[in-house]
Design a protein around this ligand. Structure first.
Ligand SMILES: C[S@@+](CC[C@H](N)C(=O)[O-])C[C@H]1O[C@@H](n2cnc3c(N)ncnc32)[C@H](O)[C@@H]1O
Length: 208
């Protein structure tokens, strides 16, 4: 199936340059493919938890914003101070068309981010902290740019949490007093149609 191949192509990228090129090429068809063939629910699940904790006037970073599905849902919920960041210019160009982001910035999670310390009230990252995308070390920078008392909300597959350094990083940020766990969702199917065996959880942390 061509859509399966597109996802496989993404996951077989050998470095960030190749990953960005492949997302650039997928950008125009990304939403149609995910909705039609996978019934993608990640953004809905994550924004549901996010809205329980983050006030509407918050300045929010959508980290790995892609085509802006998360921003669109947040805007519908009354959030208006949104910044999009992604490594793919093609994905950001699609996100710009949604007219919900005040800024769109091309940056790479896992590298230092060009945002001031404590400059966001909240960060949301859906479908980005995963194998071959943003590594566990990205969380250090997300914590740095979020003000004390602010929230970081992200989705993560349970197997990636266990096996790719996230468990250690998340626990270490907790034991060193950088953040505290507020809530973690049940394991839910985020691609029930295309990949029914893939589960994901939404994690909510508060920076301390
Ligand atoms: C599966 S898409 C998710 C997009 C959007 N959050 C959503 O839920 O539809 C993953 C996005 O993360 C971006 N991405 C992957 N690795 C990244 C990294 N290291 N830094 C920043 N963005 C990254 C990709 O370009 C892509 O737009």
């Amino acid at each position: 199936m061509p859509e399966d191949n597109k996802v496989q192509r993404i996951y077989s990228s050998r470095n960030n340059l190749e990953l960005a090129e492949r997302y650039d090429q997928w950008a125009k068809d990304y939403e149609t493919d995910l909705e039609k063939d996978f019934c993608y629910l990640g953004p809905q699940y994550a924004t549901e938890l996010f809205t329980r904790h983050v006030p509407r006037e918050a300045r929010i970073l959508d980290a790995g914003a892609g085509t802006g599905l998360v921003g669109e849902l947040l805007a519908r919920q009354g959030y208006s101070n949104l910044v999009a960041m992604d490594l793919s210019r093609g994905m950001l160009d699609e996100a710009a068309k949604k007219n919900v982001y005040r800024e769109l910035q091309q940056m790479v999670m896992g590298e230092p981010l060009a945002f001031d310390t404590g400059s966001f009230d909240a960060v949301i990252s859906v479908g980005v902290l995963t194998v071959g995308h943003a590594p566990a070390s990205s969380l250090d920078e997300l914590v740095r740019i979020t003000r004390p008392g602010g929230y970081i909300v992200f989705t993560l597959r349970p197997d990636v949490y266990q096996n790719s350094g996230f468990k250690e990083k998340q626990l270490s940020l907790e034991s060193t007093g950088r953040w505290k766990l507020v809530e973690v969702s049940d394991e839910l199917q985020t691609l029930p149609k295309g990949e029914p065996d893939v589960y994901s959880q939404t994690w909510v942390y508060q920076v301390t």
